[in-house]
Design a protein around this ligand. Structure first.
Ligand SMILES: [Zn+2]
Length: 117
């Protein structure tokens, strides 16, 4: 379950930011994850909750938003969201090319913002 290690690195980042800004309490953390980053939101939520339970971060809200997959065709440069949306290889609706598309978005995993107090 790689959500545990993701939660661990999120917490390290959060602690860093809190120290940097001299804050004591985490209210909300918003995480953006791409459809292709293979994060299971429920699993990450649970890992986060378990790992913060006995800390000063207990009770903080973890908000997650999924970024859809966006590909750019290597032949005609058209950008499109493949169907099914998890497939990195999909026919381009413009020219039919199936391979070599650039993943414009969908792989990201980052903290969008922190609400600290
Ligand atoms: Zn194309």
């Amino acid at each position: 379950m790689h959500e545990l290690s993701i939660a661990q690195s999120l917490l390290a980042l959060i602690e860093d930011e809190m120290a940097k800004h001299g804050k004591e309490k985490l209210i909300t953390v918003k995480v953006r994850h791409g459809r292709l980053s293979s994060v299971v939101p429920e699993a990450l939520s649970m890992a986060f909750e378990v790992m913060t339970a006995d800390s000063r971060l207990a009770g903080a809200a973890l908000v997650m938003e999924e970024t859809p997959v966006l590909l750019r065709c290597r032949d005609c440069s058209r950008e499109f969201t493949p169907d099914p949306p998890t497939a990195a290889f999909a026919p381009c609706p413009g020219c039919g090319q199936e391979l070599g598309h650039t993943v414009v978005s969908g792989r990201e995993l980052y903290i969008e913002y922190l609400e600290l107090e």
